[in-house]
Design a protein around this ligand. Structure first.
Ligand code: 5GP
Length: 241
């Protein structure tokens, strides 16, 4: 048997990624494409080489988290656009730590973008495209039958630790982690694993000095130079000084 899993059937085609089965029942191959969508796929486009940047950034950050004791689905980067990951059953929740206020929270509560809250904030959304990923609370998540109170406690604790590790890493390279969207899944043995991706598609990343946006808001808000921003994030993370 080769040491690398081989791609078989398309299991799932998401908005920016495709998931393939392999000859190994517990491993999948995830392909990162250049497709970009926003506002629940009402806005569509492509960003040249986004898949290459997000695959590299995500792989880098999953490895950093693993070195710090976080269990993730990531196994290895296979090529420019593909990574091998553990097969998981995704828990249909988006867990969103917010360090600075931006995006939907700024809009919903009338808070100026860039405000720094005195407390830690973690939103929970129900991952359902037809409903537009609505904001929910813990009781709703349990009522929906997608998790339990005990599991939610574990998810929040894990999300807080992941957020702290990512904040420190981005701070190292002069970037503010404004917020990020985390997804968790259950592995073959029912273990809780960080899944999906961590990239400028799923995080708000602002240059610490200029507050320039280095993330998908450049696409959402037609700010231009989207690919350049993603490339800059990767380049800064790969800096070792
Ligand atoms: P907001 O709730 O402000 O729209 O998003 C908060 C953070 O989560 C942002 O970093 C945003 O990129 C991420 N996020 C929330 N929902 C989604 C989603 O459906 N897809 C992606 N790629 N990111 C999301």
């Amino acid at each position: 048997m080769s040491d690398r899993a081989e791609k078989r059937d398309l299991l799932y085609a998401g908005k920016a990624k495709r998931v393939y089965s392999t000859e190994r029942p517990d491993e999948v191959i995830i392909h990162y494409s250049d497709d970009a969508t926003a506002y629940n796929a009402q806005k569509r486009g492509a960003i040249a080489d986004k898949g290459v940047f997000n695959n590299a950034i995500s792989a880098y950050l999953f490895q950093l988290l693993a070195r710090n004791g976080i269990a993730t689905h990531f196994i290895e980067k296979l090529s420019d656009r593909e990574q091998c990951c553990k097969r998981v059953a995704i828990i249909p929740l988006e867990v969103i730590p917010r360090n600075w206020i931006a995006g939907s929270m700024a809009r919903r509560l009338g808070i100026k973008e860039g405000t720094r809250p005195p407390n830690s904030i973690c939103d929970l959304c129900y991952k359902d495209d037809a409903l537009g990923d609505p904001l929910i609370n813990e009781d709703h998540a349990v009522a929906l039958g997608v998790t339990t109170y005990a599991e939610l406690k574990q998810i929040y604790a894990r999300a807080r630790r992941i957020n702290a590790l990512l904040q420190a890493e981005f701070d190292r390279v002069g970037i503010v982690l404004v917020d990020c969207k985390l997804e968790f899944g259950k592995g073959a043995r029912g273990d809780l694993l960080l899944a999906d991706e961590i990239s400028p598609d799923t995080c708000r990343l602002w240059d610490r000095l200029t507050l320039k946006k280095l993330d998908k808001d450049r696409f959402r808000r037609d700010l231009g130079a989207v690919g350049e921003a993603y490339a800059e994030v990767l380049q800064r993370l790969e800096r070792t000084d």
